[in-house]
Design a binder for this molecule. Sequence first.
Ligand SMILES: [Zn+2]
Length: 413
Amino acid sequence: MIEKQHIIDRFISYVTIDTESDPHSAATPSTEKQWDLANKLVDELKDIGLEDVTIDENAYIMATLPANVDHDVPVIGFISHFDTTPDFTGANVKPQIIDEYDGLDIILNPKDNMKLSPSYFEDLKQYKGQTLITTDGTTLLGADDKAGIAEIVTAMEYLVQHPEIKHGKIRVGFTPDEEIGRGAHKFDVEKFGADWAYTMDGSQIGELEYENFNAAGAVVTVKGKSVHPGYAKGKLVNSILIAQDYIDLLPKIEVPEQTEGREGFFHLHTIKGNVDKTQLEYIVRDHDKQRFENRKQLLIDLAKNLNEEHGKEIVTVEIKDQYYNMKEKVEPVMHIVAIAEKAMKAVGVEPIIKPIRGGTDGSQLSYMGLPCPNIFAGGHNFHGPYEYVPVESMIKAVEVIVKVAELTAAEKK
Ligand SMILES: [Zn+2]
């Protein structure tokens, strides 16, 4: 039903526009160049026949596909981000199209003998015979999340052209700066006006996610006292060694490299220090709310214990919550996950439901009052030169969007 070349052309027209975001900029969007694609998307949404197409001063785009039924149907939304990660360059993307993938190594760049190999990236095997879009090995691809945008636009266009498919009002939202954690920050949930939404920002075909980590960042500061080592007895306090004690007191196996599934962790990612002052920077993660709280409390208690041992305020801890598990907001409205699951099955996609060991824009949006599970956009190996997307997965994502719209209207009849 969806013409392959059509979605390929659309996707390529997006990824060849550089939209890398920048965490060091305080502006929104964080880079001026994001406007290039944003403005193009506004024109395109108008061209395909959507209504109320708006872009605000921060480049957040919204649009409406009006209902074509008379009965009351919940308003649903589909959301993607148009920036790409600053982790790897997104300038001068030169996509390669591999038709009827033969299941063997794909040479990305003959000069560096850089290849996308199924012996390393095993997921490739399942796409034998399909059409893959890859990079030329020098940039990322930007399927994260321009695949999601191409899918949403294509699905809306399809619904406009097929009025026989009945649906309620549908809202479309495209955001800047997701990759630097700010995609949801200036998203006007009230203006969007949907009962719930889906981010089209997952990875491989079938992914459906509504659980993510509760997340916090912690900075542990140890104050020492620097004295000439020759005269130091009873006077010098070495903040590095006290920091070492602190590290040793945390559970050794609760670290990212030894945990999986819903297991949480403390991740020490930065140490800066000298005798006088040492700082430890941690991220704290747990799917379970109570265990998340317990972890943060443990960080505080350890500081307290060390301070008691040393008889003064040597260790201080500063903790900042970053995001929360959307499950808490989605569970009371689980039918929104059920509809997505049913839609996938209806178009022949096996749902893969698993907790995310990270966060999504949807988790922030869920806490802002817009419950927002995450659906696959189809790409693999995000944020680097090995990124690729099977066109067949993108087409399935379009079908899922169309089916979700249809099922939402049908269920409320
Ligand atoms: Zn993304």
